[in-house]
Design a protein around this ligand. Sequence first.
Ligand code: GUN
Ligand code: ZN
Length: 441
Amino acid sequence: DVEQSVGIRGRILSFVRAPNGAGDEGSYVYLRDGMLVIRDGRVEAIGPASELEGTLPSGAPVTRYEHELIVPGFIDTHIHFPQTQVIASYGAQLLDWLTRYTFVEEQKYSDPGHCSRGATFFLDELLRNGTTTAVAYGSVHPQSVDAFFAESEKRGTCMVAGKVMMNRNAPPALTDTAETSYADSKALIERWHKRGRQRYCVTPRFAITSTQEQLEAAGALLREFPDVYMQTHLSENLDEIAYVLSLFPDAKNYTDVYDKVGLLGPRSFFGHCIHLAEEELQRLADSRSVAVFCPTSNLFIGSGLFDLANTADAKRPVRIGLGTDVGGGTSYSMLQTAAEAYKVMQLKGQNLPPISAFYMMTRGNAEALSMGAEIGSLEIGCFADFVVLDSKATPAMLHRMETIEDLIEEELFVLMTLGDDRAVRATYVQGQKVHDRQNSS
Ligand code: GUN
Ligand code: ZN
């Protein structure tokens, strides 16, 4: 059955390329009275409502948002699905935090019932926050990834995820082996990769919890399935780095541990990348790998301040993603994540213009995933995954907005600084409303 076209009318913002600083109006399309025409889950047309209204078939339903702002669905390029009950755990830096909290909670995902309840909660929470695509770590248990993809498939979302591979320095109940991690990951790839909108991500947790043999198995999977993704953690915390170098005495540096086994590349996502040396940045840039900035986590776990300007330096630009890193991160909201990114950059003497932040959350993260033609913008042919934002959602926002006339960049800054899930009026996936703030608790 071919669906009939439907219209969404309101203020619409979508990026066409990365902004070159504040005020770069050529980087986005902003329609004050715009129309999105959606058919079969994708954008069929976008433009001024006055031009498109007449093209809709008579009787086609049009949903109108009077003062809200419609932007592409947010994309979170680093999050842990089994850490919904780890978020907000007190008083520890990375290695203690993993042992005291994370490795305890993740053991519960051996139970398929816990996995499916967790997946339901997690995807509800993402959509409540306007996040329509995420790059997620599962637990070591393949059933966690089955539950996650099954739930995503039900909702029609595009998700990227993988089973964590970890075979040492963790409780026995949370470890696999090089062989079983290879076989389980391979079976999950065959079951889920490119099934509808689901994509697989080979997921060695980090160098501390994998032997050389297991990292080699991860590299073998990438060679065998060249279009799957890869995610791991890199250079988050100083004690972590020292430990890695003691475990891999032959490596030139932390990045080299992954490089030696073939884990760098344009589909590889490295969480954190806070304390990298120049030669490591050079290798990430040369291999077109992605460094994922996770500001709420880096501040909360006390890991350090990501140097975005240096990492992305045009002399050897490393590609950048933005992620929440829940449960090390403290918010599911990409708006709050952008607010904390701004503050980290302030401490580094750098700028994060609001258009750059909104670009990163949408098209920037889509391009990091090489999915710019499918998600992250509202261009014709893209999936109609979008979020309807209310810049006046709270008393503080309403009050602040009284001073802003018609300046989209100022409004975006209010949205990211003061906004969170309360500013998400509705979320749509493939043109279907999957969250409405007025109908939710
Ligand atoms: N390094 C290894 N595992 C993790 C994790 O679960 N969270 C964070 N933030 N860092 C990690
Ligand atoms: Zn993480």
